[in-house]
Each structure stands twice: as C-alpha cells, then as structure tokens.
Design a protein around this ligand. Structure first.
Ligand code: PRT
Ligand code: ZN
Length: 213
C-alpha cells in the first residue's frame, strides 16, 4: 500500500478556518465540517483528522497522526516529543502576565512571592526561572481571567489577542512572555515516503505564503 500523510487539524476553534483555508489554497481537497472525525483528500495522499487542539501533540508523538497544526503555545507547553516543521503565520496571539488594573506595576520582581493563575505552567515556570523570580504557579484549565477577581491569584498569565477579555475583567497586561502563531508539527522521524510527501506539501505551503507577501 502506498503511503499517505495523516494530518491532525483542530476540529473547531481559532485555528480551524485558517487551517482548512491553507490546504484549500494548496489545492488539497477534503470535506470538513460534516461532523466526521476524519476525511481523505480526493486529490492528495492525505487523510485529515479533526481533533481538539490540546490532543494533537500527543497524537503526533504516538504516530496516530504524522503532522498537525497547533498554536505554538500548545506545542511548547506540551511535553510530547514533536518537531516544528514550519511557521504558518495565522492565529497569532501572545501569552502575557496581567494584574488588576488598580495595582501598581514596577517590573517582574513585583510578582515575587505572589500567586499567578495560568493554563501554561511550564512556559510561565521557565520564564520566572529565567527572570529569577520565585512565585507560586496556580494551574487552572479555563477562565483564568476571573482568578484575581475571586481571590484565587494575584496575577494571571494567559493568552491575549485583542486585550478585550483582560479589560472586561478589570485586568491590565504588564508583560508579554511568549509570542505565538500556528505551526505545522511532525513526528521527529517520518518514514521516507511520508517525508517525501511532507516535502511536497511544504513546497505548496511556501508557494501559497510567498504569493501573499
Ligand atoms: O476546543 P479546542 O480545545 O480545540 O480549542 P480551545 O478552546 O482550546 O482553543 P482555541 O480555539 O480558543 O484556540 C486555539 C489556538 O488559537 C490557541 O492555542 C492559540 O494559539 C490561538 N489563539 C489566538 C487564541 C487566541 N488568539 C485567543 N484570543 N487562543 C485563545 N484566545 C482566548 C484567550 O485564552 C482569552 O480567553 O481568547 C481570550 C482573549 O482574547 P482577547 O481578544 O479578548 O484578548
Ligand atoms: Zn484546546
């Protein structure tokens, strides 16, 4: 049987539309949005899997998928062994520290001894370590922005795009710790045939990107 690339995409969320659009512009056709878990392309040796973004690094490491598209924030936070193949330039956002609007800010040392709520304990932990700041990291999985208001933490570290979520929760962004965009990830060692297909795909992706610049 000849080889086929299995590509994991976010089923529905902030990465989905641009991911689908990218393959469309690459001339790779497949059905999506039908509620199906997977779809085989009609004109390229690829099968697409539709998953939650958080599950994609694990599936790529395990070999359930060969490639995937995720936010760099998710890839860097995960402990899975995956490789960044290419930066895709969409779903841009930043991971930032934020504190209550009325609290004064002099610099990162203000967080020493404080508690910070986040869904990104590894990225935040590394950053604090680099900055020589010792603070308590409180890991929560969602609605991080409400943590200061309910007395759970004195600061937060969360994804910011327009900033309106911070604003409406009475918070101000004080430090950007990581900038993210969608990336194409792969298993570190792909079989030769799959590697060839990946190169064909990358050639098309780069052509699409070049046409936009
Ligand atoms: O259901 P599934 O698990 O697949 O999706 P999800 O809800 O976990 O992720 P999703 O779709 O929200 O985000 C997917 C990826 O898009 C993220 O991993 C980021 O790489 C990227 N991205 C870009 C964002 C945002 N912009 C963004 N604004 N991810 C999240 N947000 C959230 C943020 O957490 C905060 O709650 O939007 C809010 C802030 O937005 P602003 O515009 O008010 O600042
Ligand atoms: Zn998710």
């Amino acid at each position: 049987m000849s080889s086929i690339l299995r590509i994991a995409l976010q089923k529905s969320g902030r990465l989905s539309e641009d991911s689908y659009q990218l393959f469309k512009e690459c001339g790779i056709r497949f059905d999506y949005g039908t509620g199906k878990l997977k779809s085989v392309s009609s004109n390229f040796p690829a099968e697409f899997l539709f998953l939650r973004d958080d599950d994609i690094p694990g599936y790529v490491e395990d070999g359930v998928a060969d490639l995937g598209i995720v936010g760099e924030n998710v890839a860097v936070e995960s402990t899975h062994r995956i490789e960044t193949v290419h930066r895709l330039g969409f779903s841009k956002c930043r991971l930032s520290l934020a504190i209550p609007r009325a609290t004064e800010w002099h610099g990162i040392q203000d967080l020493a001894g404080k508690s910070i709520a986040t869904s990104y304990p590894r990225i935040l932990g590394n950053y604090l370590h680099e900055q020589n700041v010792s603070a308590e990291i409180h890991e929560i999985s969602g609605s991080v922005e409400i943590a200061p208001g309910i007395g759970l933490a004195e600061a937060i570290c969360d994804i910011v795009s327009s900033g309106s979520t911070l604003l409406s929760n009475g918070l101000k962004e004080v430090e950007v710790i990581f900038r993210s965009e969608a990336i194409l990830i792969a298993r570190p060692t792909l079989e030769d045939e799959k590697q060839n297909l990946l190169e064909k795909l990358l050639f098309r992706i780069k052509a699409v990107q070049a046409a936009k610049n």
